[in-house]
Write a protein that binds this ligand. Sequence first.
Ligand code: ADP
Length: 208
Amino acid sequence: MRVIGLTGGIGSGKSTVARLFEQQGVHTVDADTVAREVVEPGTPALAEIAGHFGADILTSAGALDRAALRKVVFDAPAEREWLEKLLHPVIREELMRQLWLTPSTPPPSGYSAGYVLLVSPLLLETDQHQLVERVIVIDVPVETQIERTMARDDNDRAQVERIIAAQIDREKRLQSADMVIDNSAPIESIVEQVQEVHRKLSELGASE
Ligand code: ADP
């Protein structure tokens, strides 16, 4: 299965644009969602984390207490490394399963496109880019990113600016793009851009 990456900074419109691709019949897998799923109650990864850090990183309902875990690894590089070493392969495995890259999960009927989309804010920052053949970048001016994220998450400006500063910068992200979707315009024009990109990607599949 051909995998195409869809990335962009926080509030750039990844989820919004991914839904538009879904409407074109494209299967999308969200890396953020998968990263949460692999540590849901009952998962082997959560059991290992609780075994290592103790039950203090669990909520009373037995779910991962993310804030508590963040605190534990905040000033402890070795612990952070332990956690990443555990989670990265688990996340990658589950991404591959949901992208139908493992033989045990054939595509269900209903998805007609010749490619699947990996939607990830950290596509370029992590080894996830190794899974994709092409990169679509969703681009908006930083100010738009800030305004939309503040409106969506009820975060203050400083908080959003901190998150943006920790991500790859706009220029570098654009340099890695094979295709760019400009999401600064109203949503109707985004639909047209998505249809155009979808047409190109579908042709890519047909030409091989
Ligand atoms: P991301 O998944 O990249 O963090 P979202 O898709 O959640 O971004 O978009 C961030 C916010 O901006 C959401 O509230 C969304 O409804 C809004 N939004 C996305 N695209 C547009 C657009 N073209 N015009 C106006 N608002 C938009």
